[in-house]
Design a protein. Structure first.
Ligand SMILES: Nc1ncnc2c1ncn2[C@@H]1O[C@H](COP(=O)(O)OP(=O)(O)OP(=O)(O)O)[C@@H](O)[C@H]1O
Length: 889
């Protein structure tokens, strides 16, 4: 039993020991866990203690990051805003005052907004704070007086700086004399760009603005454009100024005034009428920008703004003074390009019924048109020297030439005054271009009225040709002729004669014939598309026409430049008050009701004109040739003469009717005066007068042209020179004719005539042609008075003159006076019919009396340098004025 108990005890002990061990383990494990937990708790606590610090840093970091991103974005936005602002308000619209200067907008460009300060933003580059004014809105100001004055000054100066001088007009209404920023603009007053309205004048001012708006809407915009801004963008023209009214306080507005103010606010912007208002209630309209000035800045609407300082007083006054002086100097001319169609529209017009082109800008900015057609058919232009006649002719020709192709329109132009400006229509040495429509340009024709006559004759011939063609096709007018003969060349012709009164001056045959031709062309040219444009600076010119009322009546289109007299109808004095570079255009024969005032662009300066001429020249048809240029001051050259170039020697034998060219005829083609030398009595030439160079030139051209028609060795040229002054010219000829020429002088001339006269009787004497070129033959009278054989030298000479031509022996001799020639021919009563042709130099018409010229008094010939009168009794009824060819070398 004891054992059992002992065993049991032992067993219990073991179990207890086991249990104790296990609990110790668990306790130790628990301890461990507890320690670990404690440690964790410490760590967690420690960690927990660190957490807010990290989160805050993160938050701060994120915040800082956001801040800097925000700042960068802000900088970008501010920069973009500033860039946009300077685009919105370019140049003078936003430039800082130091270095500020006017930068007027181009014609089609908008003036843009005006800067008054900068937007309040910290930490960024300044962003201009803009206010729309010209073409964009009105400004209502409120608050601090000085600040408002600074804003008004900035708005006005920047607006003036963005517009061409004179195109911004200011009106001030300042009844309480607050000044309000307007004082510095006073220099604009004398130029009419700033006016003040006194107390009580607001009603009238508003009425006037409303009236302007009504007028502009009705007559300028006329339903075609919604605003002046749009008109300017579409046409490049700004026909009306901007009108800016600055209204500074005053009494309360009446109902009528309020109504008018509302109208201006609503409708003014489209018409360039703007208000800057302070102390006057303005209705809330989108066009009104409200600026409130506070002690520390301002607000544009709700946008806080830091105001710019006032523009420096000297800058304001100097700018205004400059603008005023430009305006007082006269309006800037409109550009010539205003008269031209766009490049791709050139030469698109049809001239069948007439020619229409603008000549300038009317007061409403609309083009003033000139038309030539059935009515009005012809034009008269008048204006004292320097008022722009030449320029107007250029402008008109340019406007027409750009619209009508050379197949539709041709020009003939004659300038009777001295000067070369019209020469540029023809091909020049400096500029190879020419105006493709121009057929003839006559310059420096002041003393060569024959050239004017030649033009009129040419036109009369063209008129006849057209009338015949019309008759053949049984029509009466050009438009109909062109319809029935579509392939014919029937351009309208515009003949311009500047200083045309020169043509009609004098009571001689030239003046009479010119007036008759003019009258005929004026009457009948209308229906055949031939139009005359006569210009004159001289009242007498017009009066010369007045004597022929039938002629004047045809010139229904009148163009009067400033101070022109007698161009318009008697009681129409519109030209007297015309500003510079303007013209009254009147298609009603000058009656007042037909007046239209046009501002004429500058067209005649070299660059402006060449731009157009080059463009048209490049467009010219392949077969186009340059205009014939006749320059009264130029000396033609034989080598260039078409008639000379056309001369040829026959393959065999001698020419049947050789010709001697004596000079250039004054006519529309550069033809030569031709002396035919067939085998017929009287075919000799006398050159009469004391002018050595001209006499030599005539004989020289005659000899050279004859020589060109003979093969070398087939003709004989005997040159006798008896005046030492003629020696160089005669020798040059002798040398150039080489083996065909023989030289004679005072010693040997008697031999020449004796031998030549002797040969006339010899058998076979009609062999080779023989030309005797006798320079100053009268100087040999003494020598020739002596006998050589059975007769004197003079008798031999007379025999040659008499019998020579039939035997191909012709005398071309220069006598230094008619009396001397007569003496050589046998005395005063001697016959002169062996002198079949003559050229008179400084020999008066009267001396050429009945034996040399038909009729009793001799020809109407007034000698002048380097001109001669050629008369060939075999072919001429009247003398022909010629220009001797210049020396060959
Ligand atoms: N519309 C214009 N705009 C600008 N300048 C002009 C205009 N018209 C003329 N002029 C300038 O005025 C000057 C005189 O003009 P122009 O030669 O045309 O006058 P004119 O009447 O023909 O004179 P004159 O009869 O003495 O030749 C020229 O220098 C010309 O460039």
């Amino acid at each position: 039993m004891a054992d059992r108990r002992n065993q049991l005890v032992t067993r219990v002990r073991e179990l207890l020991a086991e249990a104790l061990g296990a609990s110790r383990d668990r306790s130790a494990a628990a301890q461990l866990a507890l320690t670990a937990a404690r440690e964790r708790a410490v760590r967690v606590r420690q960690a927990a203690a660190g957490v807010p610090e990290r989160v805050g840093a993160e938050r701060d970091r994120r915040l800082a990051e956001i801040d800097s991103r925000h700042a960068a974005r802000l900088t970008v936005l501010a920069r973009e805003a500033a860039e946009a602002a300077s685009r919105e308000a370019p140049g003078a619209g936003s430039a800082d005052w130091p270095g500020w200067r006017p930068t007027p907008a181009q014609r089609a460009e908008a003036p843009g907004a005006t800067r008054i300060g900068t937007v309040r933003l910290t930490g960024t580059a300044p962003v201009p704070a803009l206010v729309p004014l010209l073409d964009a809105g009105h400004v209502a100001l409120d608050g601090d007086a000085d600040g408002c004055a600074a804003v008004v000054a900035a708005l006005l100066l920047r607006s003036l700086g963005r517009a061409a001088p004179g195109t911004v007009r200011l009106v001030g209404y300042d009844p309480d004399r607050l000044g309000g920023g307007l004082a510095g603009f006073a220099p604009l007053g004398p130029a009419g760009l700033l006016t003040f309205v006194g107390p009580g004048g607001l009603g009238r001012l508003l009425d006037d603005l409303v009236e302007q708006i009504r007028r502009i809407n009705e007559t300028v915009l006329a339903g075609e454009h919604s605003s002046l801004r749009e008109l300017a963008a579409a046409t490049g023209r700004r026909p009306e100024p901007w009108r800016v009214a600055v209204l500074l306080g005053g009494e309360e507005l009446s109902r009528h005034e309020r109504g008018q103010l509302d109208r201006v606010v609503r409708a003014g912007v489209a018409c360039g009428v703007h208000l800057i208002v302070r102390g006057v209630p303005v209705p809330d309209e989108p066009s009104v920008t409200r600026v409130t000035v506070t002690a520390d800045g301002a607000r544009i609407g709700r946008l806080p703004v830091r105001l710019d300082p006032s523009p420096p007083a000297t800058l304001v006054t100097e700018t205004c003074r400059d603008i005023a002086s430009v305006v007082s100097a006269g309006p800037a001319p409109t550009p010539f390009t205003d008269l031209l169609p766009p490049a791709d529209q050139m030469w698109r017009e049809d001239s069948a019924t007439g020619l229409t082109a603008p000549i300038g800008e009317g007061p409403q900015g609309r083009p003033v048109l000139l038309t030539l057609g059935d009515y009005p058919p012809h034009a008269l232009i008048g204006g004292p020297s320097g008022t722009g006649k030449t320029n107007l002719i250029f402008a008109w020709i340019g406007a027409l030439a750009a619209r009508y192709s050379p197949a539709e329109l041709e020009f003939y132009l004659l300038d009777f005054k001295e000067g070369v400006s019209f020469a540029r229509f023809a091909k020049g040495r400096r500029d190879p271009s020419w105006l493709p429509h121009m057929r003839l340009v006559g310059i420096n024709v002041n003393t060569d009225r024959e050239f004017g006559l030649a033009l009129l004759r040419f036109l009369a011939e063209e008129l006849r040709r057209r009338a015949d063609a019309a008759k053949k096709h049984e029509v009466t007018k050009l438009a109909e002729l062109r319809q029935v003969d579509p392939t014919g060349h029937w351009p309208r012709i515009v003949a311009v004669v500047d200083e045309f009164q020169m043509l009609l001056a004098g009571r001689d045959a030239v003046a009479r014939e010119a007036a008759d031709l003019l009258e005929d062309l004026a009457r009948r040219g209308r229906s055949q598309g031939i139009h005359l444009v006569l210009a004159s600076q001289d009242v007498r010119g017009i009066e010369a026409l007045w004597g022929r009322p039938a002629l004047v009546a045809q010139f229904t289109l009148r163009i009067a430049l400033p101070k022109a007299l007698r161009i318009l109808a008697e009681r129409n004095d519109a030209a007297q008050s015309l500003p510079k570079f303007h013209a009254v255009v009147n298609a009603e024969s000058g009656l007042t009701e037909g007046n239209q005032v046009a501002r004429i662009p500058s067209a005649s300066d070299w660059e402006t004109w060449s731009d157009l001429q080059h463009r048209l020249w490049r467009m010219r048809p392949a077969e186009a040739s340059p205009a014939r240029l006749f320059d009264g001051d130029a000396v033609p050259r034989l080598a260039d003469a078409p008639d000379f170039r056309a001369l040829r020697a026959p393959e065999v034998g001698t020419p049947r009717g050789p010709v001697a060219l004596l000079g250039e005829i004054i006519d529309v083609q550069a033809r030569s005066a031709v002396l035919r030398l067939p085998r017929a009595p009287g075919r000799n030439l006398a050159v009469l007068g004391t002018r050595v160079d001209e006499a030599c030139a005539v004989l020289d051209a005659a000899a050279r042209s004859l020589a060109r028609q003979h093969r070398p060795g087939s003709a004989r040229f005997s040159i006798a020179c008896l005046d030492p002054d003629a020696d160089p010219a005669a020798r040059a000829l002798y040398e150039d004719l080489a083996d065909d020429a023989a030289w004679y002088d005072e010693e040997t001339v008697a031999e020449l005539v004796a031998e030549t006269a002797g040969a006339l009787g010899a058998p076979g004497a009609t062999g080779a042609p023989h030309y005797l070129l006798l320079f100053a033959v009268d100087a040999a009278a003494g020598t020739l008075a002596a006998r050589t054989g059975r007769a004197t030298g003079l008798e031999h000479l007379r025999r040659i003159l008499h019998d020579g031509p039939e035997r191909r022996t012709h005398v071309l001799a220069w006598w230094r006076g008619v009396a001397r020639m007569r003496a050589d021919l046998g005395g005063t009563g001697a016959r002169t019919d062996q002198i079949g042709a003559w050229v008179a130099l400084d020999t008066h018409g009267g001396e050429l009396g009945p034996s040399l010229y038909p009729g009793s008094g001799g020809p109407d010939w007034y000698p002048r340098p380097w001109r001669g009168l050629f008369f060939d009794r075999a072919v001429h009824r009247t003398g022909q004025t010629i220009i001797p060819y210049g020396p060959a070398r």
